[in-house]
Design a protein around this ligand. Structure first.
Ligand code: 13P
Ligand code: SF4
Length: 337
C-alpha cells in the first residue's frame, strides 16, 4: 500500500493513536453532530459492526459504495470499510477528503497480488487484457483495463469480445466461478480472501442435514467445493436481496457475518445461521473490516484523520479501470443499492 507505513508513522508522531475517547460520550450523537457540521457522509460496507452500519448514511456492497462515492456532494467521505475501498473513493472523488477510521484496515485478497509482481506476470501475456476485482490495491488498478465487483463481474466479462484473451486478478475463486459461469477461459491470478477460504465443507454438510429446509447461500469468493453446495451464489447485496425475496425461513450464510445484521433487519422472522469455518472459532469475521469501531469513527471525524491520499499518477492511471466498470454497470442497469 502506497505510503502506508509513512502515514502510520505520521499518526504515531502526532500522538493521534494515543488519544483516548471519553467513555461517557454519546458516540452516536457526536458522530451525527460531526456529520452535520462538516458536511460528511459515512459510507459503510455490510461487513462493518452493527452499530457502524446503523449510523451510516449508506450501507452497501463494493459496487454500491463506489457508485455513492462517485456521486456524493459531501465535502468529506468517511469510509467505514477497508483500505482498497477508501482508495477507490479517493480515485473517484479526488478533490474530496477521504477518511478511513483505521489505516491498518487492509485486505488479505488485495495483499495477495502485489503490483510489482503482477507487472512482471502480465508481461508473459502481452495479448491479454486485465480484469481486476475491485478488492485490489490502487497500484494494481493502474495495471488493470477494467475493474469488476462481485455484483457486475459476469456482465463485465460478457462485455469483452469473445476472442479477446483475459487475465483475471486477484481472486482465484471468483475467477473460477466466472470461468464456469461465462465459459471464458481466463488466466487466473492465484489470490484469495482469508475469510471466504475458511468455510468447512464437512461442517456445512452436517449443518445442512440438521436444517434440511434451510437454503445454503454463498459469496463467489468462496472455494469451488463450497459453491457447489449453494442454492444461491451472489455478492453481499445479491445475498441480502435473495433472502428478502425467497420463500424459505432459514438460511446458512457463507460470507462474512456482518451481512447478517441487514438480513435480520429486513426479515425479522427468518433465521440466519453463519456457515461454520474450518477452525474452532465460531465466527466468520473479517479482522480487517472489524478494525473499525465507533470510537475510531468518532475520532477520525473529529480530527479528520487518517486521510487517504494518493499520488496523481495513481489516480490518473487507476481511475480509468473503475470508470469503465461504472459505465458497463450503468449500461447493464446495475445499481447496487
Ligand atoms: P461485495 O460486498 O462487493 O460482495 O464484496 C465482498 C467483500 O469481500 C468485500 O471486501
Ligand atoms: Fe478483504 Fe476478504 Fe476482508 Fe473482504 S472479507 S476485506 S476480501 S479480507
Amino acid at each position: 500500500m502506497i505510503n502506508l507505513v509513512l502515514a502510520q508513522q505520521q499518526l504515531e508522531s502526532k500522538g493521534y493513536l494515543d488519544i483516548e475517547v471519553d467513555p461517557t460520550l454519546d458516540l452516536t450523537a457526536e458522530i451525527n453532530r460531526l456529520k452535520r457540521e462538516k458536511n460528511a457522509i459515512i459510507l459503510a460496507h455490510y461487513y462493518q459492526e452493527s452499530e457502524i452500519q446503523d449510523i451510516a448514511d449508506y450501507i452497501g456492497d463494493s459496487l454500491g459504495l463506489s457508485q455513492k462515492a462517485a456521486a456524493t456532494d459531501a465535502d468529506i467521505i468517511v469510509f467505514a470499510g477497508v483500505h482498497f475501498m477508501a482508495e477507490t473513493a479517493k480515485m473517484l472523488s479526488p478533490r474530496k477528503k477521504v477518511l478511513l477510521p483505521d489505516l491498518k484496515a487492509g485486505c488479505s485478497l488485495a495483499d495477495s497480488c502485489p503490483a510489482p509482481v503482477f507487472r512482471e506476470f502480465k508481461k508473459k501475456y502481452p495479448d491479454h487484457i486485465v480484469v481486476s476485482y475491485i478488492n485490489c490495491t490502487a497500484e494494481l488498478k493502474t495495471l488493470t483495463d477494467i475493474c469488476c465487483t462481485s455484483t457486475n463481474a459476469v456482465q463485465i466479462i460478457e462485455s469483452i469480445p469473445p476472442d479477446q484473451k483475459i487475465i483475471f486478478a486477484p481472486d482465484i475463486n471468483l475467477g473460477k466461478f466466472l470461468v464456469k459461469k461465462t465459459g471464458r477461459d481466463m488466466v487466473l491470478w492465484n489470490g484469495a480472501c482469508m475469510v471466504h477460504e475458511i468455510f468447512s465443507h464437512e461442517k456445512i454438510v452436517k449443518l445442512k442435514q440438521r436444517h434440511p429446509h434451510a437454503r445454503f447461500i454463498a459469496h463467489p469468493e468462496c472455494e469451488p467445493h463450497i459453491l457447489e453446495m449453494a442454492d444461491y451464489i451472489g455478492s453481499t447485496t445479491g445475498l441480502l436481496k435473495y433472502t428478502i425475496s425467497d420463500s424459505a425461513n432459514e438460511y446458512i450464510v457463507a460470507t462474512e457475518s456482518g451481512i447478517i445484521h441487514q438480513m435480520q433487519k429486513a426479515s425479522p422472522n427468518k433465521t440466519f445461521i453463519p456457515a461454520p469455518p474450518n477452525n474452532a472459532c465460531a465466527c466468520n469475521d473479517c479482522p480487517h473490516m472489524k478494525r473499525n469501531t465507533m470510537e475510531k469513527l468518532y475520532l477520525c471525524m473529529e480530527y479528520e484523520m487518517p486521510e487517504i491520499t494518493l499520488p496523481d499518477w495513481i489516480i490518473e492511471q487507476g481511475r480509468t479501470s473503475i470508470d469503465r466498470m461504472l459505465e458497463i454497470s450503468a449500461r447493464a442497469g446495475l445499481v447496487s443499492a
